[in-house]
Design a protein around this ligand. Structure first.
Ligand code: TRP
Length: 479
């Protein structure tokens, strides 16, 4: 690889970059959000439209983000500014990326709260193995109500949630502080293969339970009339969240990519792997849920309530449950590492801090916000500091952060990234960097100039005025 500017680190190989980027993309979004959204939004119609969104909207923006980082070889705001300057655009584009870096920080803050809950469940299952062995179902001698109460008990315990949150932030910073090739890459190179191994193992186990055909029906039966405006919006939003777009995370990782890497094919592999994991996660989770005779519910309850019940009903449930939550923990950690790296690299370059200080500073700030999340879901569950804004009515801090980033800053970040690449960046620069030629190159340009901005504007409206936009889209699609 071509030598990096002094003081700037690079991935040690293309494979390491791919694993790290897949690690960033594969996370709670694939394992919790995708199956839950697919289930509640009409199965096959959602899944098919999701794949369409990944290919036509997610992938072009992913390539744009990695390209900006690779060309700039610096923290996201500096990379944006560099390209703007070279292309005769305004320096203010740097500010757009700063917004992205800030939203990465916000996502980090609540992501680690959920990561902390995963740690708690790893502990629960590990304890159960010690108490009653690995062969039985999980929590064999406990009542349904008791198993059910773990989730509520944990969420409402603000102090425990805070401690777990700080623990998860601590594990994350342990690797981020060690640098790109010394820490971030190491997590990905060891944990991602382990993740795939666990995912495939549990999926194969579930296939023998007898509920595979029901799962396939549930996930893949295509009923076109279920494709409403709201379902479409949910699918695009999920595609962006899952590919880690719109928050400068992939720009940051792109900055460590060497000149000799073909960005188009690499981005395609990253998007493909992320989508495959989301689909396999559906095939992994639902057979276990259905065999236990449970109905899948949405949101976090699917993972933290429905699955523990399911694990208590199947042979080797304790062991499978432990493996499952370790797998979720691995996926969450490789994502939180990338979420932390975006603000860390910003602090290093903007504030001139050494890496360790930068990462620790980000960690302390994220922990403070995380503790606020913990307290407002727990002891102060009626604490709704932004409840006067209609969008955040009745929400605790965690939901406010999730909604604010998911519905506003991520779509805005992705929209502006597409506009920046489509309309500001010089054609020559894109030509040199993107690794595409001929028709594909023109198609990509068309997508980032017209199609992505249009769809992203729709998502933005859809997030703020869900009913009107949903109806409008439903009307257009005849649904
Ligand atoms: N893609 C991650 C997931 O599926 C979550 C995520 C969203 C993310 N935005 C990000 C991760 C930015 C890293 C950087 O769980």
């Amino acid at each position: 690889m071509v030598a990096a500017p002094s003081g700037h680190e690079n991935w040690s190989s293309r494979g390491a970059f791919i694993l790290a980027a897949v690690g960033s993309a594969v996370g709670l979004g694939n394992l919790v959000r995708f199956p839950a959204e697919a289930g509640t939004n009409g199965g096959g119609a959602f899944v098919l439209f999701y794949v369409f969104c990944v290919v036509l909207i997610g992938l072009p923006v992913l390539l744009s983000e990695v390209l900006i980082g690779r060309h700039g070889q610096a923290a996201a705001p500096i990379s944006f500014r560099k390209i703007a300057e070279e292309s005769g655009g305004s320096k203010a584009w740097g500010t757009v990326a700063s917004l992205g870096v800030f939203s990465a920080f916000l996502v980090l803050s609540f992501y680690c709260v959920i990561g902390g809950w995963v740690l708690y469940y790893i502990g629960l299952f590990a304890q159960d193995i010690v108490a009653s062995g690995a062969t039985s179902g999980a929590f064999a001698d406990q009542s349904f109500e008791q198993v059910d109460s773990y989730f509520g008990g944990m969420v409402s315990n603000g102090v425990a949630t805070s401690v777990l949150d700080v623990g998860f932030v601590g594990i994350t910073v342990f690797f981020v502080a060690r640098g790109v090739s010394g820490g971030i890459e190491k997590v990905a190179v060891y944990l991602m293969p382990a993740f795939f191994f666990l995912l495939l193992g549990i999926t194969v186990y579930g296939m023998f339970g007898g509920a595979l055909s029901r799962t396939v029906d549930y996930l893949f039966t295509f009923e076109p009339d279920k494709l409403s405006g709201e379902v479409m919006l949910a699918a695009v939003g999920q595609a962006f969240f899952s590919l880690s777009l719109g928050v400068a995370g992939m720009v940051t990782y792109g900055a460590y990519v060497g000149r000799d890497v073909n960005l188009a094919s690499t981005s395609g592999m990253i998007a493909g792997a992320d989508t495959a994991v989301a689909l396999i996660a559906g095939l992994c989770i639902f057979p276990i849920v259905f065999v236990a005779g449970l109905e899948p519910n949405g949101g976090l309850g699917l993972m933290f309530q429905t699955l523990p019940h399911a694990f208590s009903d199947i042979p080797f449930g304790t062991l499978i449950g432990l493996a499952f939550f370790i797998m979720v923990g691995f996926a969450a950690l490789t994502s939180s590492v990338s979420l932390m790296e975006a603000p860390t690299s910003w602090a290093m370059e903007r504030l001139g801090l050494p890496r360790v200080q930068a990462a620790l500073g980000v960690s302390v700030a994220a922990s403070v916000l995380g503790v606020l999340c913990a307290l407002s879901t727990g002891s102060l569950s009626s604490f709704h500091p932004l409840g006067f804004i209609p969008m955040f009515e009745g929400m605790g801090v965690l939901d406010v952060l999730d909604t604010f980033t998911g519905k506003l800053t991520m779509p805005i970040g992705a929209l502006l990234t597409a506009v920046f690449i489509g309309w500001v960046a010089s054609r020559r620069l894109l030509d040199e960097e993107n690794g595409l030629s001929g028709g594909l190159h023109r198609f990509w340009l068309f997508l980032v100039r017209w199609f992505c901005p249009l769809v992203l504007t729709l998502i933005l409206f859809g997030g703020i005025f869900p009913e009107t936009t949903g109806q409008m889209l439903g009307f257009l699609s005849g649904g």
